[in-house]
Every structure is written in C-alpha cells, then in structure tokens.
Design a protein around this ligand. Structure first.
Ligand code: C2E
Ligand code: CA
Ligand code: CA
Length: 757
C-alpha cells in the first residue's frame, strides 16, 4: 500500500494537472486566481520536494555519522601538528578517551614515548607530498599496558570553500594481536633455528629443486665455501662450490634417491681437508614433508665419521690382535699350542682325504736352559726369536711352525707323499742351527734335536703323534743331540724307561749304587801323571753301568744332584786319603765335577771343608771343575764361592772351556786356576783350522793368566803332539787312559809313575 505522503503527492499532482487542463483565459480575473492557485500548488510541491531532499540529506548524514562513529575502523582527522580535529567513536574508544575531549588533543600524548615524533614527521611528509604512509607505533604510556597500533596516514582533500588548515585522515588499527602473533612466530622460528644450530652435526634443508633452503650453524662452518646469503642457490654450489650436482663416487648425492624412495638414504662423502687429512662424512638424507604430506625437500644431516672409523678400525685391529694373541706365542709370533692342535687336526683330515701323510716334528734346542741361566732370559728370548725366524723360512707356506713353550717347537708338514721327505726338512732344520746366533754382539752356537712322528703310520690321534714325536726327540737328545730321529715303536719303551730311571735315581744313593771312575791327567811334556778326574757312574741293578750323561741332567732337574755331589766329594776325599797313604798322587789332586746347583750353593766351601776335616785330608788335595755357563748363571754368587774355595786351598777349574759364553773379562776376575779345553775343540785337531785357532787362543789366554791348561778328549798322538807344541801343559783322554774304577786306576797310576821320568 502506498504511503500517506505518496498519496498526498499523487493527489496534488492530479489536482495540478486538472487545473492546467482547465487553463482559462489569462485576462480573466478568475483565470488569474486560477493561475495563482496553480502556482501555489506548484510551490507547495516544490517545497515538499525540498523538504524531502533535506530530510533525505539529514537521514544520509545521520547514517554517515552513525557509520563513521561505529565503523569497525578507528578514524581520526589530524592537523599537521597532530591535533585531533575529528574522531569516530571507535577511535575514541581505542584511545581510551571521551570523544568530546578528543577534539583538539595532540594524538602524540596517547602514544608510546618517542612515537609522537614519528607521527609528527609523518604528518608533515604526508601533507607535503600527498603520499600515504603507514607506521607501527605503541599506544598507551606506562603504567598502562601498551598496545600496538598501525597508523595509516592519508592527506584529506580540503573542501574548496573552507579556509581551514589542511588535515590528514588517520586510520588507527589495533595490531597488538598481530604483532604478538608475529613476535611469537619469530620467537618460534628463532627457537627452531637455535635447536638446529644447537645440533653439532651439520644439517641442511634442500628443496626438491636442489636449492638450499636452510642450514644450521654447524653446516655453515662445515661448508667448503663462505655461505652467507647462499640460501636459494643450488646446494652443490652453495655448500661445495661446485658447478654441477655431486654424483661422483667420492661425493654421492642422496637427494634423488630420497625423493624417489621416501626412505632415509645414507651416503658417505670423502673429503680432503686443507690439513691434508682425508675426512669421511656420513650424510643421511630424509624427506621433509609439509603438514599435508607434500614433499617439500630433503633434510640432510651429516657427520664426520673419520674418528669413528679410525676407532672402529682400531677396535677391529685390536680384536684381531686379541684373536691373534689367543692363538699365537707373543715372543715369536708363531702359532701356540692351541693353534698348533687345530692345524695338526686339519692337516690330518686333509691328508686322510688325499691319502697322504703328515709329519710332526718336535724340535727342542740343546742346552737352552744353560743359555737362559748363564746369559739371562733376555738373551734366551732373542735366540728363540731368531730360531723361530730361521725355521719359518725353511718350511712351505702351508706348513706350520709352532712354539709349544720354552725351547720346544713343532713343525707340521702336510700332504707328504712319503714320510721320508720329512727327513729332508728335519735335516735342513738341524742345519739351520749351524750358523751362530748373533745376540748383543756375541756369536752364540745353539743346536737343536728333532723327533719326528708320521700320520697315520705312528698314530691317528693328535695326542699319540705328539707323544711319539716327543719320544723320538728325547731319543735324538740321548744320541748326542744336534740330530733328528724318526719315531720307532721301541722309543715308547725308552720313554717309559726314562720315567722308571727317575724313580730308580731317587733310591740310588741309599742303595749305594754310585761309583767313581778316575781318569788320569798326563803332563804332555813329560808323560807324568799329574792328577786325575773323578767321573761318576751309576751301577744300575738291571741296566748295568749308566753313564753320567743319562742321569746327571735328571739329577739336576730333580734336585737330587745336591746329595749326589756331596757323595762325590766324600768318596773322592776318602779315595785320595787311601792313595796318599799308599804314596800315590801325593803331589796332585783329584778333580771332581760340580754342577750348577753346587756353584750357587752358598754352603759349598763349608761343606767341602767339613768333609775334608772328617776324612782327614787337606782341602788342597781336592780340586773342582765347573762349567763356564754355570758361572755366568749367577756370576756374583759363583765368584764368591770360587773365592771361598780358593781361600780353603781348593783349586777351581773351568770345564768345557771354549763352548760357553763366559767373557774373558769375567773369567779374569775369578780366582780360577785351571782351564779345560773342551773335547769338541780337541776332536778336530790338528786338521780343523777353526779348532786350531781357538785352541791356540785358549792356550795363549791360559798362559797369560798363568793357569793350568788341560786338554780333554785327547785320543790320538797327533792331537797330543799338536797340543804339546802349542804349549798346552796337560792332556786327558783315551790316548792315555779311559776313566777307570779305583782299583784299575791304581794299577795304571803305579805304572805311569814307574814309566815317568
Ligand atoms: P766332563 O766333565 O767333560 O767329562 C769328560 C767326559 O769325557 C767324560 O765322560 C769322559 O769319560 C769323557 N772322555 C774322557 N776322555 C775322552 C776321550 O778321549 N774321548 C771321548 N770321546 N771322551 C772322553 P763321562 O764320564 O761320560 O762324563 C760326562 C759328563 O758328566 C762330564 O763331562 C761331566 O760334565 C758329567 N759328570 C761326570 N761325573 C760327574 C760328577 O761326579 N758330578 C757332576 N756334577 N757331573 C759329572
Ligand atoms: Ca770335567
Ligand atoms: Ca769337559
């Protein structure tokens, strides 16, 4: 339904139209009135339109004011001096003032200290240039809490009619939440950067296009090029200064694989550092996904694993070393018993399949104990090492040389077509000891004895083979050492016999089974009897007369030698008493042999003195022979014993001279009276030039020191003649007499005295 006003307007308009239609003559007074009436209505209509327009204007201004006042944006108009000329309610509310009091107020007073100046200078610029400006300022002064404002300042177009000074329209936006969110974002970003920077391993993030997106502190330091501002460049150029992607074996790139496969990929880079060292860098690439699961790029974390690799290598080496140690002898680096057993079983299995033979050689150094005792373990060790090297070079690659402990070695020779082939190697091994060992500027001669057993002939079990080779080795020793023997069945019997011998030896003294034989010593120039050597024999109840070579080492190793030596001293003392009473050997002595144990015995001189006293002879009627190796075993104790014996009147001689290792200087300090040239040196005379030279030297030495010089083992007149010619005073040997029981010696001695001058 049309409104009342509309109806009124319509009625008036119709009325006006009707009046115009009537249009009376102008000269007619009624017409004038009519015209007036029309005019009035027209005016009324115009009035009404005007009123309507005014009302519309007011309505729209009200709407505008309302809009302006309640707009969600805070507006204010400011003079160039920052004074508020107009502000909407929102602005008043934002500034925390009543609108009425806002007009004329300097906005700067509501802003944070310092920001008023920012505002003023901006207003000045905007007014003069007309260019809009925007500033972030603080709203409120302490103690009020600060809020963040953005001021957008724009010049207001002045109305031409107005003469008021120019103003700026300012939009005040409260951006506190935005700045807080922004600060939080920054803090978060900073925190995350700190986290990645805090990781000591280099981390870089690379986009799918290989461009560098992010790197941590460590990555910056590790890069091969200065990295400032390098984000956005291809990673290979940003990080390594390369022109092309890394794809070499030294620098494999994990990115394509990670992008294709999805799983983390590990690669290792090899880098040569400025310090010349090669560094190994482990690079692990993994995918970087957005929250929607889209692939953003690759995270590469790398780690210098050089030290780790070094350490691993060292650990592995150590493990290998430990494993090696478990199976090898630390001194010679040869396989030990454990590995030996393993190798022997292996060789047996192998040879069984191939229908071949295995030879087991058991090698023992001769008289090694005396080297150890006389020259010390360090020297002994050096000899063992050299011996091990010599043996190693003589066998094939696949053969085994092992050290069983002490001076015992084994050699496994596998895949032999015939057992006798092993004899060749045994021979070579023995010959390998012909050359002297050079230890601390000395040349030492050491020989070896070898026993051999064969698989399967002499046994199919490891233990049997070892036992049999060992028996064969003992047999080689018994047969003069420096040789080898193949195992034979009766050797087992011999080995058993050895065990039996030891138990018999323990009872031999009590059963009075020992006897002394005497061998005369002849002055070469005159053939006169000038003394004799007492040599022990064992009258065994079933074995017959046993040579000292078979039981003295046993007596020494079991300690039985001490009472045996005392028995020898007592027997020899009693014997010389008898002979002196019979006018035999009145001006010479009986030389007895002492063992190492005796020379180290601090009571030696006292024991001898005691026995001589009991028997009733002068200690000077006895003389003792000791070997140089025994002296060198403990030179101080030996020297003291020798001094005491000499003080007692007992002459001391050095036996087997020329075979041991005593230094001349050491001998010179000892109060000795005799040197005895070893049988082995005499044996080669006079043909052997080496032997000749040594014998000459020994004689010269003895003469210089004014010693009694005795050559033992003189078997031929030629030897005797040579020795006599060279100035050796005394000879002893089968040429003159074998060692004889006392009764026979007596007869011999009487004859010799009769034959003497
Ligand atoms: P030794 O002290 O070097 O004794 C010399 C050895 O040479 C003796 O052997 C003797 O029989 C032997 N012999 C003597 N003349 C000749 C010869 O012309 N040619 C050859 N080939 N040999 C000759 P034996 O009696 O068998 O004694 C061996 C070793 O036993 C001795 O060597 C000595 O070291 C030790 N021994 C002997 N009796 C005793 C003793 O009562 N006490 C101690 N502790 N050891 C003794
Ligand atoms: Ca002797
Ligand atoms: Ca000797």
């Amino acid at each position: 339904m049309p409104s009342l006003r509309d109806q009124t307007d319509r009625i008036l308009a119709e009325l006006l139209a009707a009046l115009r239609r009537e249009a009376p003559n102008a000269a007619d007074p009624a017409g004038v009135a009519h015209d007036l009436e029309v005019h009035q209505i027209e005016l009324e209509l115009q009035n009404r339109e005007l009123r309507q327009a005014q009302q519309a204007l007011e309505e729209s201004r009200d709407r505008y004011v309302d809009l302006y006042d309640h707009a969600p944006v805070a507006y204010a108009s400011l003079t160039g001096e920052g004074r508020i000329t107009q502000l909407n309610l929102t602005a008043a509310q934002l500034l925390g003032i009543e609108r009425a009091r806002g007009e004329g107020l300097f906005l700067g007073t509501r802003l944070a200290p310092g920001d008023g100046r920012v505002l003023l200078s901006s207003l000045g610029r905007v007014l003069s240039t007309g260019e809009e400006e925007s500033h972030e300022v603080g709203l409120g002064r302490p103690p009020a809490t600060r809020r963040d404002l953005r001021l957008t300042i724009r010049r207001e177009t002045p109305r031409p009619a107005e003469a008021t000074p120019p103003t700026c329209r300012v939009i005040l936006s409260d951006i506190t939440e935005i700045t807080q969110a922004r600060a939080a974002l920054l803090a978060e970003r900073h925190f995350l950067q700190s986290v990645v920077d805090g990781v000591s391993d280099p981390i870089v993030v690379i986009g799918t296009d290989c461009r560098l997106l992010l790197m941590n502190q460590a990555a910056r330091q590790a890069a091969n090029v200065p990295v400032e501002g390098r984000c956005g460049l291809p990673c290979y150029s940003a990080l390594n200064g390369r022109d092309a992607p890394c794809d070499s074996a030294e620098h494999p790139c994990p990115v394509p694989q990670v992008l294709a496969g999805g799983l983390p990929v590990k690669v290792v880079h090899r880098d040569l550092w400025a310090d010349g060292r090669t560094h190994w860098i482990e690079v692990i690439g993994s995918r970087l996904l957005s929250h929607t699961g889209e692939i953003l790029g690759v995270i590469e974390s790398s780690r210098d694993i050089t030290e780790h690799l070094d350490l691993t290598a060292r650990l592995q080496a150590r493990e290998l070393q430990l494993a090696h140690l478990a199976e090898h002898d630390p001194l010679t680096d040869l396989p030990n018993r454990i590995l030996f057993a393993d190798r022997l079983r292996q060789a047996m299995r192998h040879s069984h399949r191939e229908r071949r033979k295995v030879a087991l050689l058991f090698l023992d150094l001769d008289h090694f104990k005396s080297i150890n005792d006389s020259l010390g373990h360090a020297t002994g060790d050096l000899i063992l090492q050299q011996a091990a090297r010599r043996m190693r070079t003589l066998v094939r690659e696949g053969d085994t040389v092992a050290r069983m402990g002490g001076d015992e070695f084994t050699v496994i020779l596998g895949a032999l077509t015939q057992g006798s082939d092993a004899g060749l190697i045994a021979h070579k091994l023995i010959a390998a000891f012909d050359e002297p060992f050079e230890v601390a500027d000395r040349l030492l001669y050491v020989t070896a004895s070898i026993g051999l057993s064969l698989y399967p002939d002499d046994g199919t079990e490891l233990e049997t083979l070892v036992r049999n080779a060992d028996s064969a080795m003992y047999c080689a020793k018994a047969q003069g050492r420096n040789t080898f023997r193949f195992y034979t069945e009766d050797m087992t019997a011999q080995a058993l016999a050895q065990v039996a011998l030891e138990s018999d030896l323990r009872q031999a003294l009590a059963r009075a089974e020992f006897v002394l034989h005497y061998q005369s010593q002849i002055e070469l120039a005159t053939s006169r009897l000038v003394g004799c050597e007492a040599l022990i024999r064992w009258q065994h109840p079933t074995l017959g007369l046993v040579e000292p070579g078979r039981f003295i080492p046993l007596a020494e190793s079991t300690g039985l030698i001490v009472p045996i030596s005392a028995w020898v001293v007592r027997t020899a003392a009693a014997q010389i008493k008898v002979w002196q009473d019979q006018d035999l050997l009145t001006d010479s002595a009986i030389w007895i042999n002492l063992s190492g144990r005796d020379t180290q015995n601090p009571n030696l001189a006292a024991t001898i003195a005691g026995i001589c006293g009991e028997v009733g002879i002068d200690p000077g009627d006895l003389a003792v022979e000791i070997t140089e190796t025994w002296i060198m075993a403990n030179p101080d104790v030996a020297a003291e014993n020798i001094r005491r014996l000499e003080a007692l009147g007992v002459a001391v001689g050095i036996d087997d001279f020329g075979t041991g290792y005593a230094s001349l200087a050491a001998l010179n300090r000892l109060a000795i009276r005799e040197i005895k040239i070893d049988r082995a040196l005499v044996a080669g005379l006079p043909a052997d030039p080496g032997g000749r030279a040594i014998v000459r030297a020994v004689i010269a030495l003895g003469q210089t020191l004014g010693l009694r010089i005795v050559a033992e083992g003189v078997e031929t007149p030629a030897q005797a003649d040579f020795l006599k010619a060279e100035g050796c005073g005394i000879g002893q040997g089968y040429l003159f007499s074998r060692p004889l029981p006392a009764a026979e010696f007596e007869i011999c001695a009487r004859g010799a005295s009769r034959n003497g001058p």
